[in-house]
Design a protein around this ligand. Sequence first.
Ligand SMILES: [Zn+2]
Length: 464
Amino acid sequence: MSLRFFNTLTREIEEFRPVDPGHVRMYTCGPTVYDFAHIGNFRAYVFEDLLQRHLEFRGYKIERVMNLTDIDDKTIRGCRAAGVALSEFTRPYKNAFFEDLDSLRIRRADHFPEATAPNHIERMIEMIATLIERDCAYRAEDGSVYFRIGSFPKYGALAHFNLDELQSTGRVRSDEYEKEEAGDFALWKAWDEADGDVWWQSPWGRGRPGRHIECSAMATQILGPQIDIHCGGEDNIFPHHEAEIAQTESVTGVPFVRLWMHCKHLLVDGRKMSKSENNFFTLRDLMERGWTGREVRYVLLAVKYREPLNFTFESLEAARKALARYDEWSRRLEAMASANAEPVPPELNPEKFGEALDDDLNISAALGAVFELVRDSNRLVDAGRLTSGQARSLLAWRERYEWVLAFSAGEEGVPDDVRDILTRRAEARAKKEWALSDALRDQLLATGWQVKDTKEGQKLSRKG
Ligand SMILES: [Zn+2]
């Protein structure tokens, strides 16, 4: 069976066919590095990781780009408030982002271009100049350059909006998604006082690129004019990806992206995540409470990307239990599998996992298939009917699933009861119950683990 994915542009499930058979060019919009990424951001990155891993599982070679937006209104505001240079302000957030990717076992992209790299800024300026030449863009009274959406009849096609409605709302200078309204959007923003010493020289005077042209420039510079898959969160669809299509195709003259994939948003306890609602979490917040990267990975991965994901602490508990079952299953098989035994496939179906993912990344069905296999093979073990050759076969299947899931215990082998104590201690500390926190620390010591309280939260290690 072929791979089939839902294309946001056509709103249909389509058979997947990259331009070059066997080779996939993939572009994924990355973080804006003005703060730590939150779990809503990571839901999109985990979805993209699953997509990449499954394509590799099916034998495709992937070349993937994830950009780092290190220049926009928010980064400038942040660096000016902190009184440091832009690069100095964004560096710790870039580093934290890579640490978080590792904690969540997200495979690294092949390229992480930064918008402010001189060759990318140059490419952005080139593209804008071409757009002006072709009358698709114009310089306004304020010195900024805007894309003329009226010059691109397909504008609105990705989001399924109507161009006439969009044109009546006027142009927009801000590049913050939440403030952005429909209309002509900025390609180049003329310098103003709020920008301080953040500016580049251009044919249109001092200024900086708009948010959307960054991705178009980096995508085409690294992957060429046509890419196979472009992903992001659903909040990227409009205006960001719509703008990317318009400005890129107006320059290159060929269709920019074959398959657009977007993952739905993440809710916390059924509500929109927000700092003011006190339900806003970064990965670091959760790890501080004793949850591990692989548990958070499980929660973010386990719901199909086209369904909203409701994040709760119960879902983390459930992930912990599911992973414990998976670990226990692996241990049992390892104990049974003898290296001398000829692998013999048991009469269980290992193909359901991959077939579910071929079907628009149906991860719920794929995980269902894995845990069905866990249950059925455990039954065979309990009944004394699983041979060591069959255990070897099952372990080989597990290895293949691991390529996609990355769930194995690995280095994180902290026992569940120890993790539970750690979680309770983090809660005690959050409530300033110091006596309880100390008692739990002693309890950890008694089980052979010591805990240090650092700025990043509790750090656990084996008692030396
Ligand atoms: Zn982007």
